[in-house]
Design a protein. Sequence first.
Length: 383
Amino acid sequence: MALRSRVSEMLGIKYPILLAGMGGASVPRLAAAVSNAGGLGVLGAAACSPEQLREWIRETRSLTDKPFGVDTLLPASVRRGTKPQSGGGDLDPMEVLGEYKKFARDFMEKEGLESTGTSSIVSNAGSEGQNKGRQDSPQFFSKEFFEAQMEVVVEEKVAVYAAGLGNPGPWIDRLHANGTKVMAVVGAVKHAVQVVNSGIDLIVAQGHDGGGHNSPIGTMALIPQVVDAIGGRIPVLGAGGISDGRGIAASFMLGAEGAWIGTTFLATDEAGIEDFQKEVIADSGDGDTVVSRAVTGKPARIIRNKWAQAWVEAKKEPLPMPFQSIVAGPVLAAAMAAKRKDIAPGFAGQGMGLVKKVRPAAEVMKDLVTEAETALSSARQFA
Ligand SMILES: Cc1cc2nc3c(=O)[nH]c(=O)nc-3n(C[C@H](O)[C@H](O)[C@H](O)COP(=O)(O)O)c2cc1C
């Protein structure tokens, strides 16, 4: 039995397995390795300046002649310039920013962290220089920043674009005119219906188990409900806690036609995160993650750490995106420079316990395919 679906045909790839766009981790060499192994590598470009994004696309092209994709964020509140809705209560971010920055400075002092003078938005963001070119770029995570990134995606005519947050609707016509397939990641049926009505080509249903920005609904419950709501109009990919081939097979059973996989690919030689973070992933188990707003301001699944815990202990409400990253960025950059796994172990999903060692991405891909094919074949014994 060979693992294939509508997704492999649409994207011109061998297996319907996609490397999830992960800021700091899904760098050109990892995306190229996954594409070269028959999946689709997707660059985690959320925090890339437009200049850096263009360099990443060109670098990936130099490493593979296979299709690959780009993932960025399009948070609706930032693009509309309205007050963000996720969390933050009645707080006016600008009013409390000074106090919150002091909280961060006090935390750094208590932990003996020295400022690096830089900021890391994604807690796994390694030394790949995502901040490069920022001086001349639009303000980080502003409406202009997201729009400038999208101009690069359009100009570079990438094979696949994935919106990790928000609706890529305003860009769909220009992307389609270039032959780009457009995807969106959703965590709820309502959002799925909205983005499908915008004309996207594929949709990712990512449940609560997943690493990074996070839905309140579990993967097992979310996938079939999104599949039913979409009614076969476009293929659904399952995501969240899919960390081996059995998970891929299970998501097929739930009606998905492919998988969008993050955490498993963090423990690879090619991932852009720091070695100490890869080791934490290989050594940790199912219960070692928490959902916290302490990093980006939106609920994100992250490996347990002192920074997230400090907010819980202080009973402090993190600020909405993009303000929380202004507070957290310098702390995480300092913790990363000091290789502090107790403070900056990074984002990861609940499938982390299935990841036992750091190895080449091609090996991970090979196992994912073999395990999924075996699980799908053996499922027949139950019917
Ligand atoms: C380290 C890390 C960074 C992530 N960064 C992003 C990101 O920048 N943009 C995005 O759309 N999703 C991001 N995600 C979410 C992934 O794209 C994906 O949905 C998730 O990893 C799937 O769950 P899994 O980790 O259990 O496989 C991130 C996830 C992780 C683990």
